[in-house]
Write a protein that binds this ligand. Structure first.
Ligand SMILES: [Zn+2]
Length: 76
């Protein structure tokens, strides 16, 4: 029984450590990744390589664009 408690305790410690590491990594990752959690799913504009929230992006021919200008550049 004591062995089981030790195993459960170890698993809990590992889980706590992992979630802490994940939080630290999120704090140090590029701005785009941090913003992804705040602004929903981000899509990449293939023309100017800017990340835009999917809701605000202009969608055309299977790509997402930050502006009408980029969409036009891509299509011509
Ligand atoms: Zn753009």
């Amino acid at each position: 029984m004591r062995f089981l408690i030790r195993v459960v305790g170890l698993l809990f410690a590992m889980y706590a450590a992992l979630s802490m590491i994940r939080r630290v990594l999120a704090a140090f990752s590029p701005a785009g990744h941090v913003a992804a959690t705040d602004a929903g799913h981000l899509v990449k504009d293939p023309v100017c390589e800017t990340y835009v929230p999917e809701r605000k992006a202009i969608q055309a021919s299977g790509q997402f664009f930050c502006s009408e200008e980029c969409r036009r550049k891509f299509c011509t």
